[in-house]
Design a protein around this ligand. Structure first.
Ligand code: SIN
Length: 307
């Protein structure tokens, strides 16, 4: 194991999702976009009310959904009754599905992962079973991090377990010019040690935990917009800076990203199919009662090399 954080320079170790006040659900703005009934939330996140994902989407409808997703970063299809095959078919329209690396958690297809607190013989059998989870970006510790993650709510607790999405494009746009200039060209090391630090950063991580360097600011290939591409759970250091300097800058950026002004808080309903864009959002999870069952079925879609 190697220590990666300075002992006294970081608020990373102590920061909790519960420190972030619950973001009040805005009622959203109702709109009709080329035949789709939408409820748009601020700063990101749009409900799509009149699509049935058990049916193959025609080209035009699919294109409209992709436009909305690129613009709003998170889309939620309400009231879906989906078998794994339906979710897989939709995921394959978005791109090539990733085979999950924690194969012990895979489901009926190597691309399916269950996030659940189901127990067998007293032990959890799926990934990320309980507790809150710090802000992160799926697979940012790989050369080609996921572009999309697609989560389907199969069972949800009566309260809690909300998933928070940070609009990293809005957060980048809100930086002052001096900070933007300072970040230009910087790269950071992203690392994930599922065993030591699945939901919170740990002071020590395994030497062979997967890791990769990526730009601190990336440009979205579809929209051309810039986003912060770092997160509190998995980004460990900025290259070319000493530890204290790197951690101070990261903590400043993490605090900025996690400002509720940039956060959409999703309160799950049974049958929600939610797809987020990892190239321009971070996500986190609130705690929930571990005695109540929470089961979500997840797919991720492979992305491009961040640039
Ligand atoms: C995840 O980070 O994929 C988990 C999200 C959740 O359980 O709400």
């Amino acid at each position: 194991m190697k220590p990666l954080l300075p002992s006294d320079a970081s608020n990373t170790m102590t920061m909790q999702i519960s420190d972030i006040p619950e973001v009040t659900q805005d009622p959203g703005r109702r709109e009709n976009d080329r035949g789709l009934e939408l409820v748009r939330h601020a700063p990101c996140g749009t409900e799509i009310l009149n699509v049935d994902l058990t049916r193959e989407l025609d080209e035009e409808r699919f294109r409209v959904i992709m436009d909305i997703w690129h613009r709003d970063h998170v889309v939620v299809f309400r009231d879906q009754i989906l078998e794994s095959e339906d979710q897989l078919r939709f995921g394959r329209r978005i791109g090539e599905l990733s085979v999950i690396h924690t194969q012990e958690f895979s489901g009926e297809d190597p691309a399916i992962m269950y996030i659940s607190n189901v127990k067998e013989d007293g032990a959890f059998v799926h990934a990320l079973p309980i507790g809150e989870m710090m802000f992160h970006i799926d697979q940012c510790y790989k050369p080609n991090p996921a572009k999309a993650s697609i989560l389907y709510a199969m069972e949800i607790p009566k309260a809690g377990g909300n998933t928070l999405f940070c609009d990293a494009t809005a957060a980048y746009d809100a930086l002052d010019d001096e900070t933007k200039a300072r970040l230009d060209g910087l790269r950071a090391l992203n690392l994930y040690d599922y065993d030591a630090a699945a939901t919170h950063t740990a002071a020590e991580v395994s030497d062979d935990a997967p890791s990769h360097e990526h730009p601190v600011v990336r440009t979205h290939p579809a929209t051309g917009r810039k986003s912060l591409f770092i997160n509190r759970l998995m980004t460990r250091s900025i290259l070319g800076m000493d530890r204290e300097q790197s951690q101070a800058l990261l903590d400043q950026l993490f605090d900025h990203l996690e400002n509720p002004a940039f956060v959409y808080e999703h309160r799950w309903r049974l049958g929600d199919l939610l797809m987020w864009d990892n190239r321009c959002t971070l996500h986190a999870r609130r705690d929930f009662n571990p005695e109540e069952q929470r089961i979500l079925r997840r797919l991720t879609v492979q992305g491009e090399t961040p640039a």
